[in-house]
Design a protein around this ligand. Structure first.
Ligand SMILES: Cc1cc2nc3c(=O)[nH]c(=O)nc-3n(C[C@H](O)[C@H](O)[C@H](O)COP(=O)(O)O)c2cc1C
Length: 204
């Protein structure tokens, strides 16, 4: 049986972010679903100080001289099999901290891995535009987008500070996350099996 190493990537570093509550909820649902059959890790962009970095690691003349936090981010993505991006949308697009995290890293470390997107907003559309941009970016870096979308409107009312579903939509969101994780597991497992059994073509 395939053991997945799953990274839950937090898409916001905003002060007072809603992101933490959503990531907590997604982490606990993923742990419930996968139990011992997966290693689940939250990647908080706040733990990677990339703000002053102006050159992607793969564009550096000597990448061994890259800033430590950039090398740490590269190593982390390398060791994981698949990802769940938990993100808001900013002006209908990818939050800059998240886009920077992606752009500074070499595409081959994402190749033949899969990624689900769970977006949210404090408004009524649930950040349902940002997955379009993210999927486009995923395809550019060779990361396989999970087809099932999930978005959460009125996130501040639906999920509390402890990552618990508390709003009117609780029943629906519970069913949605279970479906989303089922589809994610299907892609992630199939792709990991194929990747490990090789041969693995270049994805560019
Ligand atoms: C710069 C910025 C742009 C935003 N743009 C959108 C948007 O395009 N669509 C939307 O539904 N909400 C938008 N919002 C509102 C967010 O849904 C809300 O602030 C949410 O809490 C952001 O996630 P965060 O708290 O985890 O950073 C925006 C918020 C910020 C700070």
């Amino acid at each position: 049986m395939v053991q997945l190493k799953i990274g839950i990537i937090m898409g916001s570093v905003r002060e007072g972010r809603m992101n933490a509550r959503v990531a907590d909820w997604v982490e606990s649902e993923a742990k419930k679903k996968f139990g011992e059959s997966a290693l689940i890790e939250v990647i908080d962009l706040e733990d990677y100080n990339l703000s002053g970095i102006r050159q992607p690691i793969h564009f550096m003349a000597d990448s061994s001289l890259a800033p430590a936090d950039l090398k740490k981010a590269e190593a982390k993505v390398k060791e994981l099999d698949c990802f769940i991006f938990v993100t808001p949308e900013y002006n209908l697009n990818i939050p800059p901290a998240l886009k920077k995290f992606i752009d500074l890293l070499p595409p081959p470390i994402w190749w033949w891995k899969s990624a689900a997107i769970i977006s949210y907003s404090m408004g009524r559309f649930g950040g349902n535009i940002v997955p379009h941009s993210l999927r486009q970016t995923f395809c550019e870096i060779g990361l396989i987008p999970v087809t099932k979308p999930m978005s959460i409107p009125f996130v501040h009312e639906e999920i509390d500070e402890n990552g618990a579903l508390v709003g009117q939509g609780a029943e629906g969101f519970q069913a949605e996350i279970e479906k989303t994780l089922d589809v994610f597991e299907f892609y992630a497992t199939a792709i990991k099996e194929k990747r490990e059994n090789g041969p693995v073509p270049k994805n560019m």
